[in-house]
Design a protein around this ligand. Structure first.
Ligand code: CMC
Length: 469
Protein backbone atom coordinates (compact mmCIF):
# COMPACT_ATOMS: atom_id res chain seq x y z
CA UNK A 1 0.00 0.00 0.00
CA UNK A 2 1.34 3.41 -0.99
CA UNK A 3 2.21 5.58 2.03
CA UNK A 4 -0.60 7.51 3.71
CA UNK A 5 -3.37 6.19 1.50
CA UNK A 6 -4.84 3.32 3.55
CA UNK A 7 -7.51 5.68 4.88
CA UNK A 8 -8.63 6.36 1.32
CA UNK A 9 -8.91 2.63 0.63
CA UNK A 10 -10.97 2.22 3.81
CA UNK A 11 -13.32 5.02 2.77
CA UNK A 12 -13.84 3.37 -0.63
CA UNK A 13 -14.50 -0.06 0.90
CA UNK A 14 -16.99 1.49 3.34
CA UNK A 15 -18.77 3.09 0.39
CA UNK A 16 -18.89 -0.31 -1.31
CA UNK A 17 -20.42 -1.93 1.77
CA UNK A 18 -23.11 0.75 1.98
CA UNK A 19 -23.87 0.40 -1.74
CA UNK A 20 -24.33 -3.36 -1.43
CA UNK A 21 -26.53 -3.00 1.64
CA UNK A 22 -28.75 -0.31 0.14
CA UNK A 23 -29.21 -1.69 -3.36
CA UNK A 24 -29.02 -5.49 -3.25
CA UNK A 25 -32.85 -5.70 -3.17
CA UNK A 26 -33.10 -4.17 -6.66
CA UNK A 27 -33.75 -6.69 -9.45
CA UNK A 28 -31.12 -7.42 -12.11
CA UNK A 29 -32.01 -5.70 -15.35
CA UNK A 30 -32.65 -7.52 -18.60
CA UNK A 31 -30.44 -7.40 -21.66
CA UNK A 32 -27.14 -8.59 -20.31
CA UNK A 33 -27.30 -11.72 -22.46
CA UNK A 34 -26.70 -11.91 -26.24
CA UNK A 35 -29.82 -10.89 -28.17
CA UNK A 36 -30.78 -11.48 -31.74
CA UNK A 37 -30.82 -8.33 -33.87
CA UNK A 38 -33.07 -6.50 -34.55
CA UNK A 39 -33.91 -5.89 -30.88
CA UNK A 40 -37.26 -4.72 -29.63
CA UNK A 41 -36.84 -1.84 -27.24
CA UNK A 42 -38.75 1.27 -26.30
CA UNK A 43 -36.98 4.40 -27.46
CA UNK A 44 -37.56 7.86 -25.99
CA UNK A 45 -36.40 11.27 -27.20
CA UNK A 46 -32.62 11.66 -27.07
CA UNK A 47 -32.42 7.93 -27.92
CA UNK A 48 -33.37 7.12 -24.31
CA UNK A 49 -33.68 3.35 -24.01
CA UNK A 50 -32.26 2.66 -27.47
CA UNK A 51 -29.75 -0.17 -27.79
CA UNK A 52 -27.17 0.68 -30.41
CA UNK A 53 -24.49 -2.00 -30.05
CA UNK A 54 -23.10 -4.88 -28.00
CA UNK A 55 -20.20 -4.31 -25.62
CA UNK A 56 -18.01 -6.04 -23.08
CA UNK A 57 -16.22 -2.83 -22.04
CA UNK A 58 -18.44 -1.64 -19.21
CA UNK A 59 -21.87 -1.73 -17.70
CA UNK A 60 -24.04 0.70 -15.76
CA UNK A 61 -26.83 -0.78 -13.65
CA UNK A 62 -29.05 2.25 -13.16
CA UNK A 63 -31.49 0.63 -10.74
CA UNK A 64 -28.86 -0.69 -8.35
CA UNK A 65 -26.39 2.11 -8.84
CA UNK A 66 -23.59 -0.21 -9.94
CA UNK A 67 -20.78 0.49 -12.37
CA UNK A 68 -18.67 -2.30 -13.85
CA UNK A 69 -15.59 -2.16 -16.07
CA UNK A 70 -14.92 -5.46 -17.87
CA UNK A 71 -16.55 -7.44 -15.06
CA UNK A 72 -14.87 -5.65 -12.13
CA UNK A 73 -16.95 -3.38 -9.92
CA UNK A 74 -15.85 0.23 -9.66
CA UNK A 75 -15.37 0.10 -5.87
CA UNK A 76 -12.79 -2.70 -6.11
CA UNK A 77 -10.98 -0.98 -8.94
CA UNK A 78 -10.83 2.26 -6.94
CA UNK A 79 -9.68 0.43 -3.81
CA UNK A 80 -7.03 -1.81 -5.33
CA UNK A 81 -6.10 -0.69 -8.83
CA UNK A 82 -4.45 2.24 -10.60
CA UNK A 83 -5.48 4.32 -13.61
CA UNK A 84 -2.78 2.68 -15.75
CA UNK A 85 -4.17 -0.78 -14.93
CA UNK A 86 -7.75 0.31 -15.46
CA UNK A 87 -7.12 1.95 -18.82
CA UNK A 88 -5.21 -1.17 -19.93
CA UNK A 89 -8.15 -3.28 -18.74
CA UNK A 90 -10.68 -1.18 -20.65
CA UNK A 91 -8.64 -1.16 -23.84
CA UNK A 92 -7.33 -4.72 -23.83
CA UNK A 93 -10.00 -6.62 -21.92
CA UNK A 94 -7.83 -8.09 -19.14
CA UNK A 95 -5.90 -6.74 -16.18
CA UNK A 96 -2.24 -6.57 -17.25
CA UNK A 97 0.47 -8.91 -16.01
CA UNK A 98 3.44 -7.25 -14.28
CA UNK A 99 5.43 -7.29 -17.55
CA UNK A 100 2.53 -5.92 -19.59
CA UNK A 101 1.91 -3.19 -17.02
CA UNK A 102 5.55 -2.15 -16.99
CA UNK A 103 5.63 -1.93 -20.80
CA UNK A 104 2.33 -0.03 -20.86
CA UNK A 105 3.52 2.52 -18.30
CA UNK A 106 6.72 3.02 -20.25
CA UNK A 107 4.76 3.56 -23.42
CA UNK A 108 2.50 6.11 -21.77
CA UNK A 109 5.47 8.15 -20.59
CA UNK A 110 7.03 7.93 -24.03
CA UNK A 111 3.80 9.01 -25.73
CA UNK A 112 3.33 11.86 -23.27
CA UNK A 113 6.10 13.67 -25.16
CA UNK A 114 4.35 15.74 -27.77
CA UNK A 115 6.87 18.53 -28.35
CA UNK A 116 5.58 19.86 -31.68
CA UNK A 117 1.99 19.75 -30.52
CA UNK A 118 2.95 21.86 -27.51
CA UNK A 119 4.84 24.27 -29.70
CA UNK A 120 1.91 24.61 -32.06
CA UNK A 121 -0.30 25.31 -29.04
CA UNK A 122 2.04 28.12 -28.04
CA UNK A 123 1.02 29.99 -31.17
CA UNK A 124 -2.58 30.20 -29.88
CA UNK A 125 -3.84 32.38 -27.00
CA UNK A 126 -4.18 29.22 -24.90
CA UNK A 127 -4.28 31.15 -21.63
CA UNK A 128 -7.50 32.85 -22.77
CA UNK A 129 -9.14 29.78 -24.28
CA UNK A 130 -11.47 27.29 -22.63
CA UNK A 131 -9.15 24.37 -21.79
CA UNK A 132 -11.59 21.97 -23.46
CA UNK A 133 -11.08 23.86 -26.71
CA UNK A 134 -7.33 23.50 -26.16
CA UNK A 135 -7.77 19.74 -25.77
CA UNK A 136 -9.63 19.60 -29.06
CA UNK A 137 -6.87 21.53 -30.79
CA UNK A 138 -4.29 19.31 -29.12
CA UNK A 139 -5.78 16.08 -30.47
CA UNK A 140 -5.74 17.52 -34.00
CA UNK A 141 -2.13 18.62 -33.62
CA UNK A 142 -1.12 15.20 -32.24
CA UNK A 143 -2.74 13.64 -35.29
CA UNK A 144 -0.80 15.97 -37.52
CA UNK A 145 2.45 15.49 -35.61
CA UNK A 146 2.57 11.74 -35.45
CA UNK A 147 0.29 10.12 -38.01
CA UNK A 148 0.29 9.81 -41.77
CA UNK A 149 -3.43 10.33 -42.27
CA UNK A 150 -2.81 13.56 -44.13
CA UNK A 151 -0.18 13.96 -46.82
CA UNK A 152 3.17 12.67 -45.62
CA UNK A 153 5.00 15.61 -47.16
CA UNK A 154 2.89 18.02 -45.20
CA UNK A 155 3.75 16.33 -41.93
CA UNK A 156 7.41 16.38 -42.76
CA UNK A 157 7.14 20.07 -43.54
CA UNK A 158 5.42 20.81 -40.26
CA UNK A 159 8.10 18.99 -38.37
CA UNK A 160 10.91 20.70 -40.23
CA UNK A 161 9.47 24.19 -39.93
CA UNK A 162 8.97 23.83 -36.22
CA UNK A 163 12.33 22.14 -35.70
CA UNK A 164 14.05 25.08 -37.32
CA UNK A 165 12.48 27.44 -34.83
CA UNK A 166 12.92 25.18 -31.84
CA UNK A 167 15.46 27.19 -29.89
CA UNK A 168 13.39 30.33 -29.97
CA UNK A 169 10.56 28.72 -28.02
CA UNK A 170 11.15 28.22 -24.32
CA UNK A 171 10.38 24.78 -22.86
CA UNK A 172 10.96 23.68 -19.33
CA UNK A 173 12.51 20.27 -19.81
CA UNK A 174 13.86 18.50 -16.80
CA UNK A 175 17.25 16.93 -17.58
CA UNK A 176 16.84 13.23 -16.99
CA UNK A 177 19.95 11.45 -18.21
CA UNK A 178 20.32 8.92 -21.00
CA UNK A 179 18.74 6.05 -19.10
CA UNK A 180 15.33 7.71 -18.94
CA UNK A 181 15.78 9.98 -21.88
CA UNK A 182 12.85 10.15 -24.17
CA UNK A 183 13.04 13.61 -25.52
CA UNK A 184 16.64 14.80 -25.37
CA UNK A 185 18.66 11.92 -26.83
CA UNK A 186 18.33 10.18 -30.20
CA UNK A 187 15.19 12.18 -30.71
CA UNK A 188 14.87 11.79 -34.44
CA UNK A 189 15.26 8.03 -34.23
CA UNK A 190 12.69 7.78 -31.43
CA UNK A 191 10.22 10.02 -33.17
CA UNK A 192 10.47 8.05 -36.40
CA UNK A 193 9.71 4.89 -34.42
CA UNK A 194 6.67 6.55 -32.84
CA UNK A 195 5.44 7.79 -36.22
CA UNK A 196 5.78 4.24 -37.58
CA UNK A 197 3.75 2.90 -34.63
CA UNK A 198 1.02 5.47 -35.10
CA UNK A 199 0.70 5.21 -38.88
CA UNK A 200 -2.91 5.28 -39.98
CA UNK A 201 -4.17 6.74 -36.67
CA UNK A 202 -6.34 3.76 -35.89
CA UNK A 203 -4.63 0.97 -33.95
CA UNK A 204 -4.19 0.35 -30.24
CA UNK A 205 -0.99 2.41 -30.27
CA UNK A 206 -2.97 5.49 -31.31
CA UNK A 207 -5.28 4.89 -28.33
CA UNK A 208 -2.28 4.75 -26.00
CA UNK A 209 -0.92 7.88 -27.68
CA UNK A 210 -4.16 9.76 -27.07
CA UNK A 211 -4.36 8.57 -23.48
CA UNK A 212 -0.93 9.98 -22.72
CA UNK A 213 -1.02 12.95 -25.09
CA UNK A 214 -4.36 14.43 -24.02
CA UNK A 215 -3.01 14.48 -20.45
CA UNK A 216 0.06 16.37 -21.65
CA UNK A 217 -2.05 18.87 -23.59
CA UNK A 218 -4.28 19.44 -20.56
CA UNK A 219 -1.31 20.00 -18.27
CA UNK A 220 0.28 22.32 -20.85
CA UNK A 221 -2.95 24.35 -20.95
CA UNK A 222 -2.87 24.62 -17.15
CA UNK A 223 0.76 25.78 -17.15
CA UNK A 224 0.19 28.35 -19.89
CA UNK A 225 -2.90 29.68 -18.15
CA UNK A 226 -0.91 30.12 -14.96
CA UNK A 227 1.80 32.05 -16.85
CA UNK A 228 4.33 29.19 -16.95
CA UNK A 229 5.61 26.96 -19.74
CA UNK A 230 4.70 23.32 -20.41
CA UNK A 231 6.59 20.67 -18.50
CA UNK A 232 7.77 17.31 -19.78
CA UNK A 233 6.59 14.20 -17.88
CA UNK A 234 8.78 12.66 -15.21
CA UNK A 235 9.27 8.96 -16.12
CA UNK A 236 9.55 8.07 -12.43
CA UNK A 237 5.98 9.14 -11.71
CA UNK A 238 2.65 7.38 -12.14
CA UNK A 239 0.07 8.69 -14.63
CA UNK A 240 -1.88 10.44 -11.84
CA UNK A 241 1.22 11.94 -10.23
CA UNK A 242 2.56 13.06 -13.60
CA UNK A 243 -0.70 14.75 -14.43
CA UNK A 244 -0.49 16.84 -11.25
CA UNK A 245 3.24 17.39 -11.65
CA UNK A 246 2.88 18.60 -15.26
CA UNK A 247 0.01 20.88 -14.22
CA UNK A 248 1.59 22.40 -11.11
CA UNK A 249 5.34 21.86 -11.46
CA UNK A 250 5.30 20.14 -8.07
CA UNK A 251 5.49 16.41 -7.37
CA UNK A 252 2.26 15.61 -5.49
CA UNK A 253 2.12 13.98 -2.07
CA UNK A 254 1.18 10.24 -2.01
CA UNK A 255 -2.28 11.30 -0.79
CA UNK A 256 -2.84 13.76 -3.65
CA UNK A 257 -1.57 11.18 -6.13
CA UNK A 258 -3.92 8.54 -4.76
CA UNK A 259 -6.95 10.84 -4.80
CA UNK A 260 -6.23 11.85 -8.39
CA UNK A 261 -5.76 8.20 -9.32
CA UNK A 262 -9.16 7.30 -7.83
CA UNK A 263 -10.80 10.26 -9.61
CA UNK A 264 -9.31 9.13 -12.93
CA UNK A 265 -10.49 5.54 -12.40
CA UNK A 266 -14.01 6.74 -11.57
CA UNK A 267 -14.32 8.81 -14.76
CA UNK A 268 -12.73 6.34 -17.20
CA UNK A 269 -15.87 4.80 -18.71
CA UNK A 270 -19.61 5.09 -18.37
CA UNK A 271 -21.73 3.26 -20.89
CA UNK A 272 -23.17 4.98 -23.95
CA UNK A 273 -23.04 8.48 -22.53
CA UNK A 274 -23.22 11.46 -24.90
CA UNK A 275 -19.47 11.92 -25.41
CA UNK A 276 -18.82 8.19 -25.88
CA UNK A 277 -21.64 8.03 -28.36
CA UNK A 278 -20.30 11.13 -30.15
CA UNK A 279 -16.86 9.55 -30.48
CA UNK A 280 -18.40 6.28 -31.72
CA UNK A 281 -20.56 8.08 -34.28
CA UNK A 282 -17.49 9.79 -35.71
CA UNK A 283 -15.53 6.53 -35.73
CA UNK A 284 -18.37 4.66 -37.42
CA UNK A 285 -17.87 6.78 -40.54
CA UNK A 286 -14.32 5.36 -40.66
CA UNK A 287 -12.92 8.72 -39.68
CA UNK A 288 -9.92 8.22 -37.38
CA UNK A 289 -9.47 7.84 -33.64
CA UNK A 290 -7.95 11.32 -33.11
CA UNK A 291 -11.02 12.95 -34.65
CA UNK A 292 -13.27 10.59 -32.65
CA UNK A 293 -11.64 11.63 -29.40
CA UNK A 294 -11.92 15.28 -30.48
CA UNK A 295 -15.68 14.73 -30.91
CA UNK A 296 -15.86 13.13 -27.46
CA UNK A 297 -14.13 16.15 -25.94
CA UNK A 298 -16.57 18.51 -27.68
CA UNK A 299 -19.59 16.60 -26.36
CA UNK A 300 -18.18 16.33 -22.84
CA UNK A 301 -17.79 20.10 -22.54
CA UNK A 302 -21.53 20.80 -22.18
CA UNK A 303 -23.03 21.57 -18.74
CA UNK A 304 -25.52 18.69 -18.98
CA UNK A 305 -22.56 16.30 -19.31
CA UNK A 306 -18.97 16.78 -18.07
CA UNK A 307 -19.28 20.55 -17.74
CA UNK A 308 -21.58 20.12 -14.73
CA UNK A 309 -18.68 19.73 -12.26
CA UNK A 310 -17.52 23.30 -12.87
CA UNK A 311 -21.10 24.60 -12.63
CA UNK A 312 -21.49 22.87 -9.26
CA UNK A 313 -18.74 25.01 -7.76
CA UNK A 314 -20.34 28.17 -9.24
CA UNK A 315 -23.58 27.02 -7.62
CA UNK A 316 -21.91 26.66 -4.19
CA UNK A 317 -20.57 30.21 -4.53
CA UNK A 318 -24.02 31.44 -5.52
CA UNK A 319 -25.60 29.75 -2.48
CA UNK A 320 -23.01 31.36 -0.21
CA UNK A 321 -23.44 29.60 3.13
CA UNK A 322 -24.89 26.41 4.55
CA UNK A 323 -27.63 28.44 6.26
CA UNK A 324 -28.85 29.71 2.88
CA UNK A 325 -29.18 26.26 1.27
CA UNK A 326 -32.82 25.62 2.15
CA UNK A 327 -34.12 28.98 0.85
CA UNK A 328 -31.95 28.75 -2.28
CA UNK A 329 -33.18 25.26 -3.06
CA UNK A 330 -36.85 26.11 -2.47
CA UNK A 331 -36.55 28.99 -4.95
CA UNK A 332 -34.92 26.78 -7.60
CA UNK A 333 -37.43 24.01 -7.03
CA UNK A 334 -40.37 26.38 -7.36
CA UNK A 335 -38.89 27.69 -10.61
CA UNK A 336 -38.37 24.06 -11.77
CA UNK A 337 -34.70 24.79 -12.38
CA UNK A 338 -32.23 21.94 -12.57
CA UNK A 339 -29.73 21.60 -9.75
CA UNK A 340 -26.27 20.96 -11.12
CA UNK A 341 -24.63 17.71 -10.03
CA UNK A 342 -27.94 15.89 -9.55
CA UNK A 343 -29.93 13.49 -11.71
CA UNK A 344 -28.88 11.06 -14.36
CA UNK A 345 -30.34 9.52 -17.49
CA UNK A 346 -29.46 6.00 -16.32
CA UNK A 347 -29.07 6.08 -12.52
CA UNK A 348 -32.31 6.05 -10.64
CA UNK A 349 -30.31 5.24 -7.51
CA UNK A 350 -27.28 6.88 -5.87
CA UNK A 351 -24.46 7.16 -8.43
CA UNK A 352 -21.66 4.81 -7.20
CA UNK A 353 -19.06 7.37 -8.30
CA UNK A 354 -20.66 9.94 -5.99
CA UNK A 355 -20.64 7.31 -3.23
CA UNK A 356 -16.85 7.24 -3.51
CA UNK A 357 -16.32 10.95 -4.11
CA UNK A 358 -18.51 12.16 -1.22
CA UNK A 359 -16.33 10.67 1.56
CA UNK A 360 -13.17 11.71 -0.33
CA UNK A 361 -14.52 15.27 -0.52
CA UNK A 362 -15.24 15.19 3.21
CA UNK A 363 -11.77 13.82 3.96
CA UNK A 364 -10.04 16.43 1.82
CA UNK A 365 -12.27 19.30 2.94
CA UNK A 366 -11.16 18.82 6.54
CA UNK A 367 -7.77 20.10 5.38
CA UNK A 368 -8.95 23.44 3.95
CA UNK A 369 -11.40 26.09 5.25
CA UNK A 370 -12.73 26.75 1.72
CA UNK A 371 -13.25 23.03 1.20
CA UNK A 372 -14.96 22.68 4.58
CA UNK A 373 -17.39 25.46 3.75
CA UNK A 374 -18.18 23.94 0.35
CA UNK A 375 -18.64 20.49 1.80
CA UNK A 376 -21.09 21.88 4.39
CA UNK A 377 -23.15 23.48 1.61
CA UNK A 378 -22.96 20.30 -0.49
CA UNK A 379 -24.16 18.02 2.31
CA UNK A 380 -27.03 20.36 3.21
CA UNK A 381 -28.05 20.61 -0.46
CA UNK A 382 -27.87 16.85 -0.90
CA UNK A 383 -30.22 16.42 2.10
CA UNK A 384 -32.71 18.90 0.62
CA UNK A 385 -32.65 17.40 -2.89
CA UNK A 386 -32.72 13.75 -1.85
CA UNK A 387 -35.52 14.24 0.68
CA UNK A 388 -37.70 15.88 -2.00
CA UNK A 389 -36.66 15.05 -5.57
CA UNK A 390 -35.07 11.78 -4.46
CA UNK A 391 -38.35 10.16 -3.58
CA UNK A 392 -40.42 12.04 -6.21
CA UNK A 393 -38.18 11.59 -9.22
CA UNK A 394 -35.29 9.37 -8.13
CA UNK A 395 -32.82 12.22 -8.34
CA UNK A 396 -29.57 11.76 -6.43
CA UNK A 397 -26.08 13.30 -6.58
CA UNK A 398 -24.11 12.28 -9.66
CA UNK A 399 -20.35 12.04 -10.26
CA UNK A 400 -20.08 15.80 -10.80
CA UNK A 401 -21.51 16.83 -7.46
CA UNK A 402 -18.55 16.05 -5.19
CA UNK A 403 -15.63 15.87 -7.65
CA UNK A 404 -15.24 19.67 -7.74
CA UNK A 405 -14.78 19.86 -3.97
CA UNK A 406 -12.07 17.19 -4.15
CA UNK A 407 -10.26 19.06 -6.92
CA UNK A 408 -10.68 22.45 -5.19
CA UNK A 409 -9.07 21.01 -2.06
CA UNK A 410 -6.14 19.93 -4.25
CA UNK A 411 -5.73 23.48 -5.54
CA UNK A 412 -7.06 22.74 -9.04
CA UNK A 413 -8.92 25.59 -10.76
CA UNK A 414 -12.57 24.90 -11.78
CA UNK A 415 -11.87 25.33 -15.49
CA UNK A 416 -9.73 22.18 -15.32
CA UNK A 417 -12.35 19.91 -13.73
CA UNK A 418 -13.93 18.94 -17.05
CA UNK A 419 -10.55 18.58 -18.82
CA UNK A 420 -9.46 16.11 -16.10
CA UNK A 421 -12.69 14.21 -16.76
CA UNK A 422 -11.75 14.21 -20.48
CA UNK A 423 -8.22 12.93 -19.82
CA UNK A 424 -9.63 9.95 -17.98
CA UNK A 425 -12.53 9.34 -20.37
CA UNK A 426 -10.10 8.94 -23.31
CA UNK A 427 -9.75 5.37 -21.97
CA UNK A 428 -13.47 4.65 -22.34
CA UNK A 429 -13.86 6.47 -25.66
CA UNK A 430 -10.98 4.64 -27.29
CA UNK A 431 -11.87 1.23 -25.80
CA UNK A 432 -15.44 1.46 -27.05
CA UNK A 433 -14.48 2.82 -30.47
CA UNK A 434 -11.98 -0.03 -30.98
CA UNK A 435 -14.56 -2.58 -29.93
CA UNK A 436 -17.28 -1.09 -32.13
CA UNK A 437 -15.06 -0.94 -35.21
CA UNK A 438 -14.63 -4.73 -35.11
CA UNK A 439 -18.28 -4.99 -36.26
CA UNK A 440 -18.71 -1.50 -37.59
CA UNK A 441 -22.00 -0.25 -38.90
CA UNK A 442 -22.37 3.47 -39.56
CA UNK A 443 -24.74 5.13 -37.05
CA UNK A 444 -27.86 6.40 -38.75
CA UNK A 445 -30.98 6.83 -36.61
CA UNK A 446 -34.10 8.47 -37.98
CA UNK A 447 -36.12 11.51 -36.98
CA UNK A 448 -39.88 11.84 -36.91
CA UNK A 449 -40.78 14.36 -39.59
CA UNK A 450 -43.43 16.76 -38.31
CA UNK A 451 -43.11 19.40 -40.99
CA UNK A 452 -45.31 20.25 -43.94
CA UNK A 453 -45.61 18.40 -47.25
CA UNK A 454 -46.49 19.65 -50.71
CA UNK A 455 -45.74 23.36 -50.21
CA UNK A 456 -45.60 25.35 -53.38
CA UNK A 457 -42.27 27.13 -53.97
CA UNK A 458 -42.65 30.88 -53.28
CA UNK A 459 -40.76 33.24 -55.58
CA UNK A 460 -38.41 35.66 -53.77
CA UNK A 461 -40.56 38.79 -54.38
CA UNK A 462 -43.67 37.16 -52.86
CA UNK A 463 -42.11 36.04 -49.56
CA UNK A 464 -42.51 37.59 -46.12
CA UNK A 465 -46.11 36.71 -45.19
CA UNK A 466 -45.69 32.98 -44.69
CA UNK A 467 -46.08 31.47 -41.23
CA UNK A 468 -43.49 29.05 -39.86
CA UNK A 469 -44.82 25.52 -39.23
N1 CMC B 1 -32.44 19.03 -10.74
C1 CMC B 1 -33.81 19.11 -10.65
N2 CMC B 1 -34.60 18.35 -11.40
C2 CMC B 1 -34.06 17.48 -12.24
C3 CMC B 1 -32.67 17.34 -12.36
C4 CMC B 1 -31.85 18.16 -11.57
N3 CMC B 1 -30.54 18.09 -11.65
N4 CMC B 1 -32.39 16.39 -13.28
C5 CMC B 1 -33.57 15.96 -13.71
N5 CMC B 1 -34.57 16.62 -13.09
C6 CMC B 1 -36.01 16.43 -13.30
C7 CMC B 1 -36.45 17.12 -14.59
O1 CMC B 1 -36.82 18.45 -14.36
C8 CMC B 1 -37.58 16.25 -15.03
O2 CMC B 1 -38.69 16.58 -14.26
P1 CMC B 1 -40.17 16.51 -14.91
O3 CMC B 1 -40.40 15.07 -15.24
O4 CMC B 1 -41.07 17.03 -13.83
O5 CMC B 1 -40.15 17.38 -16.13
C9 CMC B 1 -37.13 14.84 -14.61
O6 CMC B 1 -36.26 15.04 -13.52
C10 CMC B 1 -36.43 14.10 -15.71
O7 CMC B 1 -35.35 14.95 -16.15
P2 CMC B 1 -34.70 14.91 -17.58
O8 CMC B 1 -33.92 16.14 -17.81
O9 CMC B 1 -35.74 14.55 -18.59
O10 CMC B 1 -33.74 13.68 -17.41
P3 CMC B 1 -32.65 13.27 -18.42
O11 CMC B 1 -32.43 11.82 -18.25
O12 CMC B 1 -32.94 13.76 -19.78
O13 CMC B 1 -31.38 14.11 -17.91
C11 CMC B 1 -29.47 14.90 -16.90
C12 CMC B 1 -30.31 13.66 -17.21
C13 CMC B 1 -28.13 14.48 -16.31
C14 CMC B 1 -29.22 15.68 -18.20
C15 CMC B 1 -30.25 15.78 -15.90
O14 CMC B 1 -30.48 15.06 -14.72
C16 CMC B 1 -29.56 17.09 -15.62
O15 CMC B 1 -29.68 18.04 -16.40
N6 CMC B 1 -28.79 17.18 -14.47
C17 CMC B 1 -28.06 18.40 -14.16
C18 CMC B 1 -26.75 18.45 -14.93
C19 CMC B 1 -25.74 17.44 -14.43
O16 CMC B 1 -25.50 17.34 -13.24
N7 CMC B 1 -25.13 16.73 -15.36
C20 CMC B 1 -24.10 15.73 -15.07
C21 CMC B 1 -24.57 14.36 -15.38
S1 CMC B 1 -23.55 13.08 -14.69
C22 CMC B 1 -22.05 13.22 -15.50
C23 CMC B 1 -22.11 12.93 -16.93
O17 CMC B 1 -22.62 11.91 -17.35
O18 CMC B 1 -21.58 13.76 -17.63
Amino acid sequence: MRGGTQEITDLILNAKERAIKETSHEPEPELTQPQKWPINCTVGPGLEGAIACETKVGYVNGAKGWLIYRGYNIFDLCAYSTFEEVSYLLLHGLLPTATQLEAFKKKLVQYAHIPYTKRLLLSFPVEKMNPMAVLRLGTSFMRQEFTDVESEDYIADTVRIINADEDSIPMETKPMGEEHAIYEFRREEREKKIRDELKGAGGDESCHHLLAGVASVMAAAARLRAGGYPLEPDPELSFAANLLYMMNGKVPSPLEERIMDVALILHADHGMNASTFASMVVASTLSDIYLSVGAGIAALQGPLHGGANEKVIEMFHEIGTEAQVKAWFEKKRAAKEKIMGFGHRVYKAYDPRARVLAPLAEYMSNKSPEGKKMFGIAKALENEVVSTLGSEKKIFPNVDFYSGIVYTCMGIAPEFFTPIFAVSRVAGWTARVQEYLKNNRIFRPRAMYLGAFDKEYTPLEQRGNEKKD
